[in-house]
Ligand binder design. Sequence first.
Ligand code: ZN
Length: 466
Amino acid sequence: MKKVTLLVLAMALVLSPLFIESSGQQKTAEAGTNYSDVQPSQQDAIQRLSDQNIISGYPDGTFRPNQEVTRAEAVSMLGRVLGFSSSGSSFPDVDSNHYASGHIAGAVEEGIVAGYPDGTFRPTQTVSRAEMAIFLTRGFNLSDEGGEANFWDVYPGVMGASAITDVAEARIAAGYPDGSFKPTRGITRYEFVLFLDRTLHESERTSGNGQSGLQGMQATSAVVNAPAAGALNVRPYPGTDNTPIGRVTHGDEIDYYETIDNWALIDYNGEFGFVSLSYLRSANGSLAGKTIVVDPGHGGHDPGAGAFGIQEKDVVLDTGNYLRPMLEDAGANVIMTRSTDTFVTLNERANIANRQNADAFISIHANAAGSSAAHGTETYWDNSNASAGSQALAASIQRELVAELGTLDRGVKQAGFSVIRRSQMPSVLVELGFVTNQNEANRLNSSGFQQRAAEAITRGTINHFE
Ligand code: ZN
C-alpha cells in the first residue's frame, strides 16, 4: 500500500509541469531563456528572473507565459525570492511531497498567504490580480513613488483594495486605459513574472499607473431625475457609506459608463463618480424630454368615492405611484401632484402642471354610481385648452386601458372637470372602474390590477406622443 502511494506520487511529480521548478539543479543549463513559446517582448523579465533562479520552465522547453498562474506556482516563485525554508504541510490538498509544499508552508508562516476556511489551500486554483497585489504587498515593502492611484472598480469592500492601490502607486501593476483595475481577473505566468520583476528591480517599474479616464468605454445617456431636494449626490464609489464628491442637478443630462449594483459610473469633472441608478431616466426613451404630471385624485380628508370597504383616494394613489416609474423608464420627467395620502386643491393640481409647462396632465380616478350594476372604464377630456391633444390622448389611453383590463369600454367623453379644464396642456381624467360595483371594487383594490392599469396608461401615453 505504501509503495503504491509513493509510486503514484513520484509519477505525479514527474508528470507535473512544475516538477522542474522544484529541483533547481535541472533548470539553468538548458532551460535558460530560449523557451520556445516566449515572445521577444516577454524575454527581458523572464531572463532576469531565470538568471536569479526564481523561475524556470517546463521539461518540454516551454514557459507557457500565457497560462494562468496558480496559487502553488505564485507562492513557489515568492518562496524562492524570499527564501522560505519551511517544510511539511498542514493542508489536506497539499501533500508534503508537493513541489511547492515548503514554500506554501513558509508563506503561511510569514502571513503572506492563508488557506481557506474549509482548511484547504487549493494549490491549483488560479490567482486573481487582487490576490497578486496582496501577495506582493505582504511579501515586500513597497515604496510609493507614483501619484494617487484611483480605479473605479477598487474601493473599500473590494477584496485587496488597499494592496491594489499600493502596487499601483509603487508602479508595479498598472490599471487599464478605461480607469479600471479588474481585480477579479486572473493573471498569466508571464504577468506574475513581470510584476515580480518590477517589484525586485525598480528600474523596470512603469512610468505611471496606466489610468487615462474612461477611455474607450461605451456611454449611456441619462437625465438626472433627482429626489425632492432637486440634486443628486455624486459618490466616490458605490454605496452611501462615503462622503459625496459633488452633486448633479435635476434635469442635467449625463453619460454613464458602467453599472455596479444599482450605481452608475460617471465622469465627474475628470474624477470617477457614482450616482444612484434609481434617480436616472433614459435620455432617449420614447417620452424623453416630456414632462408629465400624474394626478392621483382626492387624498387626505377627501376620500373620493367609497364602497365595499375601499376608498377611491387609496386606489388612485397606488395606481399613480405605479405609473410614475413606468413613465420615467420611458424617459419622461414625471411630476406627481401627490404621492402620499395628502389633500391638494383642484386649483393647485392644475397650477402644478401649468407652472411646469408640462406636456401632459393625467388625472386618475375611480367611479361611483347609484346602481351597483354600473361598471366599466371611461376617459374624459375638456375642450377649453389644447382640446385636440386632450381628445387624442384620452382616446389613446382609453384604448389601452380597456384592452389591458378587459373592462367595459364606456368610451371617451367630454366634460369640464376642474383639473382638466384649468390645465393648459393636453389633459385627461381616467375613471378606472366603479368602486360601487362589487366585482370592480375587488379588482380596483388589487395591486395587480393597479399595475396593469398603470402599464396601459403608459402605453397609451407613449402611443400618443410617438
Ligand atoms: Zn374621483
